[in-house]
Design a protein around this ligand. Sequence first.
Ligand code: AHG
Ligand code: MN
Ligand code: MN
Length: 363
Amino acid sequence: TTLFRSINSLISQIYRYLCLKHNYIIFIMEERNRTLGEFIIEHQNSFQYSTGELSRIINSIRLAAKVVNYKVNKAGLVDIVGAAGEQNIQGEDQQKLDVYANEVFIQTLINREIVCGIASEENDDFITVAGSDNSHNNKYVVLMDPLDGSSNIDVNVSVGTIFSVFRRITPVGTPVTIEDFLQPGVNQVAAGYVIYGTSTMLVYTTGHGVNGFTLNPAIGTFYLSHPDMKYSEDGKIYSINEGNYVHFPQGVKDYIKYCQLEEGDRPYTSRYIGSLVSDFHRNMIKGGIYLYPTSSKAPNGKLRLLYECNPMAFIAEQAGGKASDGYKRIMEIQPTELHQRVPFFCGSKNMVEKAEEFMAKAK
Ligand code: AHG
Ligand code: MN
Ligand code: MN
């Protein structure tokens, strides 16, 4: 047996050496890892209502993400960088890629006839999807931020797409109404984001943990690279646009000073990309907190409850983290408007709780 073990170990060492030398290792990893397509099929039965519709929605998002990824990667080469010349309902300049990503995601979902309605950051009102037979028979609505952090495109910094999926509450067979979109985050059946970064990833949850898939751009396939993603309970990164410091509520100012204090494992590191998806993704992997509080300039904060905060909150909680508006759980807020803004405190559980403590104290 000893001889057999030594031969075996020698063979595997030669094999590893050859793999590394010839770059086969990547190929082998991918052979071992499941693809997103395989993962979706395997997990279809764990959905509460497993009609396959939700799987088809995730599949469509996967497809649209690849199309947008292709375009984002070429930004700078083709005439796609810069402003589209119009503003969205929130008075922000729409970037050309914002408009492009919006169209790709909407058309992909509409063409596959799997949703009954779509709401997007880039559209003033929600879109009713009747289906080709005009039956309004589909059961899910999708809410999305097609391109998050879009001001970063021109400077070649990571951007993302955020999505949130709900079951409609109005009866099947009728056109969707605003009520289908104004549901609290606790009703979400799926949520996720795509990060177009140094590599492109799709990260999502259907309420059974969070899984991350990395795109191999050469063959256009997402592979499960980050199974069961988890926030550490504590972290050392705080992410906030400190340029707004003087306008922040006292609780946030106090928390920032706490983060900077020389004590125990502090001072924490400050990291802020200005692209929610990227800041969130880094903090989930490394442990940290993201804050976009109210300020005297933005009395309700900046981020949108329905297609930015709710989906990120669902992912955060599924990864063992927390998301609040400084006082209460994001996912329990009853929305009143499609483009409603809320303050957002999200990340490692103990860090969010600490920030909430400062908020409560300063109230
Ligand atoms: P969007 O590009 O979809 O409008 O979102 C930008 C958001 C978010 O991604 C980011 O965290 C935040 O705006 C940055 O805002 P500030 O520049 O005010 O820090
Ligand atoms: Mn955004
Ligand atoms: Mn956006």
